[in-house]
Design a protein around this ligand. Sequence first.
Ligand code: OKP
Ligand code: ZN
Length: 345
Amino acid sequence: MLTVCSTAHHLHHGTAELTDGRMMACVERPERAARILERVRQVGLGDVIAAEAHGREPLLRVHSTAYLDFLETAHEAWLTAGREGDALPFCWPTRHLRQMPPEHIDGRLGYYCFDAGTPITAGTWRAATAAADVAMTAALKLIEGAPAAFALCRPPGHHVAFDQYGGYGFLNNAAIAAEGLRDRGYARVAILDVDYHHGNGTQAIFYERPDVFYGSIHADPAHEFPYFLGHAEERGERAGAGTTLNLPLPLGTGFPAWFEALERACRAIDEFDPTVVVVSLGVDTYRGDPISQFTLDQDDFSSVGKRIAGLDRPTLFVLEGGYDIETVGANVANVLIGFEGSTRA
Ligand code: OKP
Ligand code: ZN
């Protein structure tokens, strides 16, 4: 399987996120991508190529102009306001407040961001656009006839909506790839999100779309981030009624119950009958993940890849989460090797 990557991801390296009432070192860090790439090479997964630049056009299929303008200039505005280091919001337009971007950078950060764990650094825009380029480049390989490809995206993207970021991400790489595939003739796209967290951004982007299915297996939002989306009763609306499937699971869920949910998601995808599958590939379901509460073992990830191969469609893997540095490379590679049907390394 072909891997697409970019060295520009290094330009995004946040210092700290607000967690448990304290500023803690960011768990979403450059070493993740380095470890995954190292493992992809070690196991001989296939060719590794650099992303090509695709400009703003594919981003605008998913995000607003005002949002992209904000993201591109936010850190500069932060410095102009006399700040140093990373830009983080501290005030949000929640219930009873007006949904309108103000002038001041602190207010604009709150308007466009939904959490306090996603710092904007000086290089964030360049890294985020590079990740979207990685996803688009890999998507185009499918268009050219590759049966599968792996987009080694960093920062991740499935929490990012039309004009709102959070959950360690800034641009929705999987959604951008899905729209790129739609634009180039794939009539029906199924997005299968196996990250531990619900992909609230992806769900919101495609909630009323009949041509893009979104299915997610994740920790119950009653007890886990992103808390405010991802419940079983959210099934899509209007023309998109029935094209969203949420399978929330209790904290502590192990592989047997998780795999049953994967089976349900795969059957729903078969029924939707997509022309292409985009997998939001997070391996933070691993038992040793520092921020998650599922208990998948390293070997289980091979079975995940194998089941996804059973969908028997062109498949684009887009990297999302997975934060245990020592195992993230092997866990991702196990999914991809399991998909390819080779023996696990
Ligand atoms: C991004 B992806 C826990 C804070 C949680 C947000 C997690 C974002 C996950 N104390 N912070 O879906 O892996
Ligand atoms: Zn996650």
